[in-house]
Design a protein around this ligand. Sequence first.
Ligand code: ADP
Length: 501
Amino acid sequence: MNNNQHLSMLDSTRAFLASTQKMLIDGAWVQSTSGATLDVINPADGELLARVPSADETDVDRAVLAARRAFDDSAWSRMKPTDRERLLLRVADLIEANARELAEIESLDNGKPVTVAQGLDVSMAAQCFRYMAGWATKIEGSTLDASIPYSPSNAFFGYTRKEAVGVVGAIIPWNFPLLMASWKLAPALATGCTVVLKPAEDTPLSALRLAMLIEEAGIEKGVVNVVTGLGRTAGAALARHPGIDKIAFTGSTPTGKAIGRAALDNMTRMSLELGGKSPVIVLPDVDIDKAAEGVANAIFFNSGQVCTAGSRVYVHDKVFDRVMERVAAIAQSLPMGPGLDASTQIGPLVSARQMDRVLGYIKAGRDEGARAIAGGARKEGAGFFVKPTVLVDTDHSMKVVREEIFGPVLVAMPFNDIDNVVAKANDTPYGLGASIWSNDLSAIHKLVPRIKAGTVWVNCHSLLDNAMPFGGFKQSGFGRELGRAVIDMYTESKSVLINYA
Ligand code: ADP
């Protein structure tokens, strides 16, 4: 922890980090039953940041039972929608009141610049609670007049109710820890569900701090439980637990498949937000500087650790050299450093494991003939930094073009024919996001329906709004988060038929 001393940080952040971390089960802050802990490492210097309980099956079981009791028997289960709304608004206010501390915790734990953590992660988390608070009072079914042929003498009235799905197991990744926790908790609470949340082992701290704020808001015990632990133990125990009604997962596609298989054994409902290899298409009419800035931002934001990262760029060959020269210049100019340093734009990757994975991909790309026109190596010294990297001379036979890297590595390819670029853009098992850069209205509108992706951005990339559904086509997932669509993911539909003859 000593290496953080020179960076300015709130006293409350220091106090939080210095305290013994516990997890929240049934309204009590507890250690793991086994007493095991996990080290949480600061990725900017490789030093120990905190220790959290390492939950196993026993702890997960206790948390699920607590959530079940809260769902079946507590005041929460009988609460009026307006009261749920008020509680969620209170959580949003508390997130905002503690924004700087949450941002510092996130920055230290994940590595991202504190300015981004505060301006984006924390503020979007608060907005998410506020947006979902509004839904609490707007969950509706429908009415219908039934005409049942073999019962002519009776009169029927039918209606549907949307009911909370029940106990939600939420498993979240390490790239936007607070925001992903909010994306799961806010709709679950708005619909009246109860939750067991398992944050990623690399970044458990902001979820624990958020759970404190949820308690402070007055949400009763057992409604939100947080278990910290490894994916293969705590995560797997949660995914296969017969006591949960729904799994909400964000993470890699292979882990999502494993979770989906386990969930299906119990017919547990699931929403899976998985990986991506999102294409960025630059048409020839663009302003070179603006497009280059957009392309760079699409891949290097959050050090490329974004499921929608624009990790493949296809630039029309009339402008390829000029755009890519500029992208490479931007890549080389982005200040790298610890997240708490206000001048940092590129923080470290989340862990040594992730850094090694990304460096392994860069090596594989070079071995297959790709050429780095920016980056291509780690930054020497402490911390898990990889320089923003741009690879050219790439093609679709290469691993770097086909697989999700989840780091600051862009592969660039020229094109000269729209049909060809559509085929290339869709030549991936993924379908999460894509962007088109152009002001040619006709070309844009023709392209949008041809791209197989859950979100297509035009002249922007990876921008999200709470009102817009978010999720993937193909192997990028199952179901949608945010917007009206997410309410269906946390509710069951019940049909009621009344014979009033
Ligand atoms: P990464 O490999 O980069 O850590 P994952 O998709 O595996 O990404 O991790 C996302 C989340 O899934 C984390 O909270 C992790 O602990 C959890 N997880 C990993 N493996 C499993 C598993 N087999 N079952 C349930 N959860 C898991």
